[in-house]
Write a protein that binds this ligand. Structure first.
Ligand code: C2E
Ligand code: MG
Ligand code: MG
Ligand code: MG
Length: 306
């Protein structure tokens, strides 16, 4: 009986793997067309200054379900990619980034994000800063720095309003051209943040070798900050390191006011998390605002057309 069960189980697994591969094939074909088909969206999540204002906003957003109701702070945001799949609906990166990394189509997505982010900055002068995420593939792509420069110029955006978030990995800093590309962007005035800080391998040597303006303390540390003295010690250590390096720190993934209070008490000034708002389209934009605009053909009933 046990043998038969195992056979059935492994058959089931094979069928599952087969259909997953089928789904992956389908998704990766769809993904190649996503930008062209206008299916990509930029959602944003506010970065807040810990203080009375942040407390007030946390109260105010305690409940809006309409994503467009997320308040626009005159501040900074992180841009997070979403894919409006025609059949599967709105997908978060977890559903398609691994595939995009595997097939290399992540570079096209990241380049779309660069243009969309600059378009948002251009359209919203009150936006102090917008940060975008970048994959290792993109950091290695020779088109990338030029694409950033062109998008900034086209939208006439002051480069210091754009932040690039980079996730460290053991090999990244050694890949040819990565450090030079980040340095070229920084000379342009673009700012660099180390994302998911506290989870990687070579964090400290990165700080010596790459130009960095900000550390983003990983959510895995924030989550334990009220319950685990070691997490608090790590957070304090990161803060101390940042101060000595003269860079700022954003604590990611803040969900509770207890976490906010603990971070504030530890000396954190900047934070981000569901407590203040989930990623959503920037208020005051319609979903399509960052897509290339195609002029409407004139209609006779508009009066001024004859
Ligand atoms: P990340 O850059 O570390 O972004 C933070 C992630 O945590 C986002 O997930 C965000 O929605 C989520 N988050 C924010 N606050 C909270 C919180 O309080 N609690 C919890 N549980 N989660 C919170 P998201 O949007 O699903 O993105 C996941 C990852 O995908 C990002 O992690 C980033 O590494 C990657 N990503 C997103 N957009 C892009 C992009 O345009 N290009 C590339 N290459 N990667 C992207
Ligand atoms: Mg990020
Ligand atoms: Mg992060
Ligand atoms: Mg992450």
């Amino acid at each position: 009986l046990r043998g038969r069960n195992q056979v059935a189980q492994s058959r089931g697994r094979r069928a599952q793997d087969g259909s997953r591969r089928g789904l992956d094939r389908e998704l990766s074909a769809d993904l190649r067309n996503a930008a062209r088909e206008g299916q990509l969206r930029l959602h944003v999540q506010p970065i807040v200054v810990l203080g009375d204002l942040a407390d007030a906003v946390a109260l105010a957003v305690d409940g809006p379900t309409d994503s467009s109701a997320v308040p626009v702070l005159a501040g900074e945001y992180e841009a997070l990619l979403r894919w409006e799949h025609p059949r599967l609906g709105l997908l978060a990166p977890g559903a398609f980034l691994p595939l995009a990394e595997e097939t290399g189509s992540i570079v096209e997505l990241d380049l779309w994000v660069v243009r969309a982010a600059c378009a948002l900055l251009g359209a919203h002068p009150s936006l102090v800063g917008l940060s975008l995420n970048t994959s290792a593939h993109t950091l290695c792509d020779p088109r990338w720095v030029g694409a950033v420069r062109e998008a900034l110029a086209e939208e006439q955006v002051e480069p210091s309003r754009l932040w690039i978030e980079v996730v460290e990995s053991r090999s990244l800093a050694d890949l040819p051209g990565v450090a030079q590309r980040l340095q070229a962007l920084r000379r342009m005035g673009v700012r660099i943040a180390l994302d998911d800080f506290g989870t990687g391998f070579s964090t400290l040597s990165w700080l010596q070798r790459l130009p960095v303006d900000r550390l983003k303390l990983d959510r895995s540390v924030t989550v334990d900050i009220t319950s685990d003295a070691k997490a608090l010690a790590v957070a304090q250590g990161v803060l101390d390191l940042a101060e000595r390096l003269g860079v700022d720190v954003v604590a990611e993934g803040v969900e509770t006011s207890a976490q906010r209070s603990a971070l504030r008490a530890a000396g954190f000034r900047l934070a981000q998390g569901y407590l203040w708002g989930r990623p959503a389209p920037l208020a005051g934009t319609d979903e399509g605002a960052h897509r290339p605009s195609v002029p409407e053909p004139p209609r006779p009933e508009d009066g001024w057309v004859w």
